[in-house]
Write a protein that binds this ligand. Structure first.
Ligand code: NAD
Length: 485
C-alpha cells in the first residue's frame, strides 16, 4: 500500500448522498483490492436499502430545481466538469490503474474518453429540440417536446470505472434528470473521486449521488420498486441485465441496457494486413481484453491466415506485462481471481479440444491476477471461448473460405454488440456490414467507441443506445400537445 499512499490519501470512501459524505446506515464497509498485488487499498462504505432511500429523497429534492435550470446553465456545468476532469486526468488515471489493474496508458485513454461525455453532452444539452405539425384529418396542431424523464438509477461495471458512468451521468444531467449511481464493488474509488470534481463544476447537491454497495441486489431492487424512479440504465453482464429488466417491469421503467458481447473480427484476403494487425491489437487488447467490445473470435481468410497469425503472434508476444503503473507496461493484471480463473478455464478447454498455443497460454506464478497475452490457432468450433466472453488477453483464431460462410459464423451468437471487418473492397465492406447483426461495425477500424456515436447492441447485447443524440433521448420523455386556435 505504501507506494499509493499519496494518491489514495484524499480519495473519499463513504457514500455521496445529497452533496454530503455519509457512512452506511449500519456502518457496513467492504475492501477494495489492488489486482496487481492482491493487497487491500481501501475500505469503502457499503450502502444499505435505507441509504438508497436517503439517496432517493435527495434526488427527489434536487429534481425540480435541476429540471428547470436553463439548458445553457446545465451545459456550462457539464463543460466545466470536462475541463476539471482533464485538469485532474493523471491522478484519476492512476486511481483507475490501482483499482482496476489496467496499464496506465489505457487508463489515460479512459479518462479522456470519460471526460468527453461531459463535453459532448454539454453541447447536446442545448439541442433538446421538439417538432410541430398539423394533424392531417382534424387540422389540430401537434406540438412535440421532450421532458426530463425523472430519477435515474445507474449501475455500472468495473472494466471502465470512469467512462461507463460518465456515459450515463452526462446525458442524464443534460436532460435534467438526477441520478443515483451504483458503481461496481471492485472499482468504486474512481466515481467517489469524481464527486468533488462535479461539485466544483457546479453540480448541485442531490443531482448526482453515489452508492457503492456489496448488497447490490437488494439495494438496486429497492430503488427499482420506488415510485419516484423512472429510469434504470445498466452496463454489465447479460445475466444481471436480465434480472434488472425483470425488476424494471413492475414499475414499467424506461430501461437502457448495455450488456455483453462476442465480437467477431473478420480479415478478408484483400485486407491491408498490417492495418488489420493494428486494429486487432486495439480490438483485442484495449483494457487487456476486458471489454464488451473485445474481439472474441478472429476469422481470417485462409489465404492470409499464415501472415496474419505470424504478425499477430509477434506483436502479442512483445507486450510487457506487469504492474500497470510501471513504465512500458502494456498489460496489467486482470481485475480479480474469478476473471483470471475464467480465462485459465477457457484456454485449457480450447487446448484440450485441439487448439494450438502460439504464445502465452500459461498463468505465471506469484502475486497478482496476471495472465499473459495469448494467441491460439486452430480453435475448434466446440471450444467454449467461441460462445462466451473471454474477457482476457486471449486471441482465438479460426480460418474461413468465403464471404457467405463467414457471415453465417459471425452471426451465430446470441450477442450482437460489435463486429470488426477488414477489406480493401469498400462495396464488400458495406455489403457484409449490412448482413452482420451487430449494433456497431468497425470497418477497417479496431475501435468504434465514440461519445458522438450511438453505442449499443442488438439481440442479447442490450436495449437502447449511449452517446450521440440517442443517448440524450434515453433520459427524456416525449410529450405531445394537441391544440387548435
Ligand atoms: P456484472 O453484471 O457482474 O456487474 C455490473 C454491475 O451490476 C456491478 O455494479 C454489480 O455490482 C452490479 N450487480 C451485480 N449483480 C446485481 C444485481 N443482482 N442487482 C443489481 N446490480 C447488480 O458485470 P461486470 O462483471 O462488472 O462487468 C463485465 C460485464 O459488463 C461483461 O459482460 C461486459 O461485456 C459488460 N459490459 C458491457 C458494456 C456495454 O456497453 N455493452 C460495457 C462494459 C462492460
Amino acid at each position: 500500500m505504501a507506494n499509493y499512499d499519496n494518491l489514495l490519501a484524499n480519495v473519499p470512501t463513504d457514500l455521496w448522498i445529497g452533496g454530503q459524505w455519509k457512512k452506511a446506515s449500519d456502518g457496513a464497509r467492504f475492501d477494495v483490492i489492488d489486482p496487481a498485488t492482491e493487497g487491500k487499498i481501501a475500505s469503502v462504505a457499503s450502502a444499505s436499502v435505507e441509504d438508497a432511500r436517503a439517496a432517493l429523497d435527495a434526488a427527489q429534492a434536487a429534481f425540480g430545481p435541476w429540471a428547470v435550470r436553463k439548458p445553457r446553465e446545465r451545459a456550462e456545468i457539464l463543460r466545466r466538469a470536462y475541463d476539471l476532469i482533464m485538469r485532474d486526468a493523471e491522478r484519476l488515471a492512476k486511481l483507475i490503474t490501482i483499482e482496476n489493474g489496467k496499464a496506465l496508458p489505457d487508463s489515460r485513454g479512459e479518462v479522456a474518453y470519460a471526460a468527453e461525455f461531459f463535453r459532448w453532452y454539454a453541447e447536446e444539452a442545448v439541442r433538446n429540440l421538439g417538432q410541430n405539425g398539423m394533424a392531417p384529418a382534424s387540422g389540430a396542431r401537434i406540438f412535440v417536446h421532450h421532458k426530463p424523464a425523472g430519477i435515474a438509477v445507474l449501475v455500472t461495471p468495473w472494466n471502465f470505472p470512469a467512462a461507463m458512468a460518465t456515459r450515463k451521468i452526462g446525458p442524464a444531467l443534460a436532460a435534467g434528470c438526477p441520478v443515483i449511481l451504483k458503481p461496481a464493488s471492485e472499482t468504486p474509488l474512481t466515481m467517489l473521486a469524481l464527486m468533488p470534481i462535479l461539485e466544483e463544476a457546479g453540480v448541485p447537491a442531490g443531482v448526482v449521488n453515489v452508492l457503492p454497495s456489496r448488497r447490490s441486489g437488494p439495494v438496486v431492487d429497492a430503488m427499482l420498486h420506488d415510485p419516484r424512479v423512472r429510469i434504470v440504465s445498466f452496463t454489465g453482464s447479460t445475466e444481471v441485465g436480465r434480472k434488472l429488466l425483470h425488476g424494471a417491469a413492475d414499475q414499467v421503467l424506461k430501461t437502457a441496457m448495455e450488456l455483453g458481447g462476442n465480437a467477431p473480427f473478420i480479415v478478408f484476403d484483400d485486407a491491408d494486413i498490417d492495418a488489420a494487425i493494428d486494429g486487432a491489437m486495439i480490438a483485442k487488447m484495449r483494457n487487456m481484453g476486458e471489454a464488451c467490445t473485445a474481439a472474441n473470435r478472429f476469422y481470417v481468410h485462409e489465404k492470409v491466415s499464415d501472415e496474419f497469425t505470424k504478425k499477430l503472434t509477434a506483436k502479442m508476444a512483445g507486450l510487457k506485462m506487469g504492474n500497470g503503473l510501471d513504465d512500458g507496461v502494456a498489460l496489467g493484471p486482470l481485475v480479480n481471481k474469478e476473471g483470471l480463473d475464467k480465462v485459465v478455464e477457457l484456454v485449457d478447454d480450447a487446448v484440450s479440444k485441439g487448439a494450438k498455443v502460439l504464445t502465452g497460454g500459461k498463468k505465471p506464478d506469484g502475486q497478482g491476477y496476471f495472465y499473459p497475452a495469448t494467441v491460439l490457432s486452430n480453435v475448434p468450433d466446440n471450444a467454449k471461448m467461441l460462445n462466451e466472453e473471454i474477457f482476457g488477453p486471449v486471441a482465438s483464431l479460426q480460418t474461413f473460405k468465403d464471404e457467405k460462410e463467414v457471415v453465417t459464423r459471425a452471426n451465430d451468437t446470441e450477442y450482437g454488440l460489435v463486429a470488426y471487418l477488414y477489406t480493401k473492397d469498400l462495396s464488400r465492406g458495406l455489403r457484409v456490414s449490412e448482413k452482420l447483426d451487430f449494433g456497431m461495425i468497425g470497418l477497417n477500424r479496431g475501435l468504434v467507441s465514440d461519445p458522438a456515436a450511438p453505442f449499443g447492441g442488438m439481440k442479447q447485447s442490450g436495449v437502447g443506445r449511449e452517446g450521440a443524440h440517442e443517448g440524450l433521448m434515453e433520459f427524456l420523455e416525449t410529450q405531445y400537445i394537441s391544440t387548435t386556435w
